[in-house]
Design a protein around this ligand. Structure first.
Ligand SMILES: Cc1cc2nc3c(=O)[nH]c(=O)nc-3n(C[C@H](O)[C@H](O)[C@H](O)COP(=O)(O)OP(=O)(O)OC[C@H]3O[C@@H](n4cnc5c(N)ncnc54)[C@H](O)[C@@H]3O)c2cc1C
Length: 483
């Protein structure tokens, strides 16, 4: 099975000239879609430009340390939740660590622990904010109902209509008066990259309830294991994958998908093509025909989610990391600003197999104060942020610099290079009201036989959502075929 850097049996010479379906990109949305189609007996090919499967859900190894490139935990891996149900349908067996507490929110004046259980969290908050007791209970009840409407794709549910176009700040203001309570409930906005006064209630609900109700999980051995497990099942079901294989064009027959052309010029035919890649790339670069009208106008007006700087540290076993909690670190008690916050985790506290000899890993995600297009000197940005982030971490882990054995870092440009997500967007389109739910791109496109799976389409970003997207697209394809 695929492990770091081992290409094994992915041999282009075995390619057939035609498949039932071709998936462009081996991100999690693409892998899941491919696996469900293969399970239905389809001949499926996945073409991936990188040498590893998983997109943002990959790991890399340096001096014995296994670093997760981007994804640091996954929502909904329990038996009855999205990932759990998907794995059970596909007969995938993977071990997870259940994270409890699931997160912390660290403000200068206080630190709040978020338990991995919605009822416990609600009760804790009710005890801390007795004047808001009833409102807190109502909030969680309503959000749980809204969550299931979103997940079950009930586009016309009264609850979805109620929250369509409503920002999370507006929702918090409608439920609560206490500013501290609102800061805590809004404190995980960083998972979607848009401030509470920009992020859609629907997007926040999906993310929050997914983590609280279904739990947050860490795949044993790191996030690459998650991608590998789906890929292995895809291959066992008869699917084929080619790595290091850039798709350069989607072939069309009139306005219908007809296959792909690889960068080396090889053409492979299929009447069904699923794009798991950046939506702008799909419509502006891969398709030979320009999209017109309302679809083009919508696409051109859409905004990517803001990207991050990432720091990966491998440290020796002597350092005391007890003060570093997994979660969000804010520079002030509020209001939130877009830049200057961090997400920090020490994955080896959850899974010691990621580092040798009881050594530790520190991962830090840092929000940027500049837009992608305004950054001119990426090396300088990387150097400065590496130094300032190590300084910041040293406040919680005194003497940190003397214990570092491996330092690596990624900028938005690095994220773009490895995944081709435009501007290194971590979550596809920003999760704002005009780009969420029915306003996000849909899985079907103006071209017959061409579908989208992944975080540029519904239901949106995050592993649980793209699992849902890949599964949903496979169902749409199989259903359309029967009609
Ligand atoms: C820093 C960071 C932290 C995150 N943390 C979390 C987290 O903790 N939990 C969570 O749930 N989510 C997290 N996310 C979000 C999550 O990782 C993404 O929403 C999700 O992984 C996107 O999956 P996808 O299926 O859309 O594909 P992607 O991961 O975007 O993969 C797309 C794939 O397509 C390939 N590709 C692109 N163009 C071509 C081409 N022309 N030909 C062939 N292949 C191509 C790419 O190489 C890539 O493998 C994080 C994201 C980032 C960046």
């Amino acid at each position: 099975m695929y492990e770091f850097g081992v290409k094994g049996f992915y041999d282009k010479s075995r390619l057939k000239s035609e498949y039932d379906a071709i998936v462009i990109g081996a991100g999690i949305g693409g892998l899941v879609c491919g696996a469900f189609l293969a399970k239905a007996g389809k001949k499926v090919l996945i073409a991936e430009q990188h040498s590893m499967p998983g997109g943002y859900c990959t790991s890399f190894k340096r001096k014995g340390f296994i670093f997760d490139s981007a994804v640091h935990h996954i929502g909904g891996c329990g038996r009855w939740s999205i990932v759990g149900r998907c794995f059970s349908e596909l007969d995938i067996d993977l071990d997870f660590h259940h994270l409890d507490p699931m997160d912390n929110i660290v403000f200068p004046s206080r630190s709040v622990e978020i338990p991995a259980d919605i009822d416990e969290y609600s009760e804790n908050l009710q005890n801390q904010f007795p004047a808001e007791k009833e409102n807190i209970a109502k909030f969680f009840k309503e959000f749980t109902k809204l969550y299931w409407s979103i997940i079950n794709n009930k586009a016309h549910s009264a609850l979805i209509e109620k929250y369509n176009g409503v920002t999370f700040s507006e929702t918090l203001d409608n439920f609560f008066a206490d500013p501290q309570l609102k800061s805590i409930l809004g404190g995980q906005w960083g998972y979607l990259g848009s401030l509470p006064n920009e992020v859609s209630t629907i997007g926040m609900c999906q993310m929050l309830i997914n983590y609280l109700k279904d739990g947050a999980y860490f795949p044993v051995g790191g996030s690459q294991k998650f991608a590998n497990a789906i890929l292995k099942r895809f291959i066992d079901l008869g699917g084929e994958i080619i790595l290091s294989s850039m798709v350069e064009k989607i072939l069309l027959d009139g306005d219908k998908a007809a296959g792909i052309a690889l960068k080396d010029g090889q053409e492979v035919l299929a009447g069904t093509v699923i794009s798991n890649v950046d939506a702008k790339q799909t419509f502006h670069e891969l398709l030979p025909t320009k999209v017109n009208g309302n679809f083009a106008a919508k696409l051109n007006g859409m905004q990517e989610s803001a990207s991050f700087f990432l720091l990966y540290l491998g440290v020796d076993s002597e350092i005391d990391l007890s003060k570093l909690k997994r979660g969000f670190y804010y520079p002030s008690d509020g209001p939130f600003t877009k830049d200057n916050w961090k997400y920090i985790s020490v994955p080896t506290k959850v899974d010691q197999t990621l580092a040798p000899d009881n050594k530790q890993i520190i991962f830090s995600l840092v929000a940027l104060d500049k837009e992608y297009d305004d950054i001119t000197d990426w090396d300088d940005l990387k150097k400065k942020l590496t130094e300032s982030t190590i300084d910041y971490l040293s406040e919680f882990a005194p003497g940190l610099r003397d214990h570092i054995e491996v330092v690596d870092a990624a900028t938005p440009k690095t994220l773009k290079r490895y995944t081709l997500n435009s501007k290194g967007a971590p979550y596809g389109w920003a999760v704002t009201n005009d780009q969420t739910g029915a306003n996000r791109l849909q899985p079907t496109t103006p071209f017959k036989g061409l579908y989208l799976a992944g975080h540029w389409t519904n239901p949106g970003p995050g592993i649980a959502s793209v699992v849902s997207s890949g599964w949903r697209v496979a169902n749409i394809i199989l259903k359309e075929e029967k009609q």
